[in-house]
Design a binder for this molecule. Sequence first.
Ligand SMILES: [Zn+2]
Length: 198
Amino acid sequence: MILANSMELAPLDGQRFRFDAGTLCLELLVTGGEGELARWERLHTPGDLAAWIPYSRVGLGDLVQVSADELAATLRLRAALQRLAATAASGSRAFSGADLATMNEAAAAPPPVPVIGPALERSWVSPVTGTQFLSAVARDAVEVFGGPALDRIRTCEGERCPMLFLDTSRPGARRWCSMDRCGNRYKLRTRRDRHPSG
Ligand SMILES: [Zn+2]
């Protein structure tokens, strides 16, 4: 599921920017994480997750119902994906078997069911459950980690920027989470280094 799509983010430093994670399974990582990433946490309640899902590229609208167990499963899957993606981005292929098992377990559940209406409008059988959403995320991850896209998982080269994305550019030379953010900061820094007085 490699679609061109981006979402507006406002991290703790307050600068809003558009971010394209490149694929659904990495998009979930912008909602927070463990350790250092806990300060970005956006998913505190099942309602937080239900409210976030419509912003993701899976396109479920506001049809989603999330339980407390499903929120816990989401945080588990997200932590596993975070570790797997960081490993991939570092060039290593020493993936944790437990994390791959977490991915497989989520992928085993049935995904959202697509429907088409009388005016050929495409939608989903409603309500979509949190488990179905996680299945869509995990199936996307199986596709990415099990194919050539694995070599395109990158960490932003910005200073202390933890953002992970799938580089879907044709030349495969994407370096930044966003040109407006880390790309621009890098440009300003190199310009300053070249003209230290100005
Ligand atoms: Zn960045």
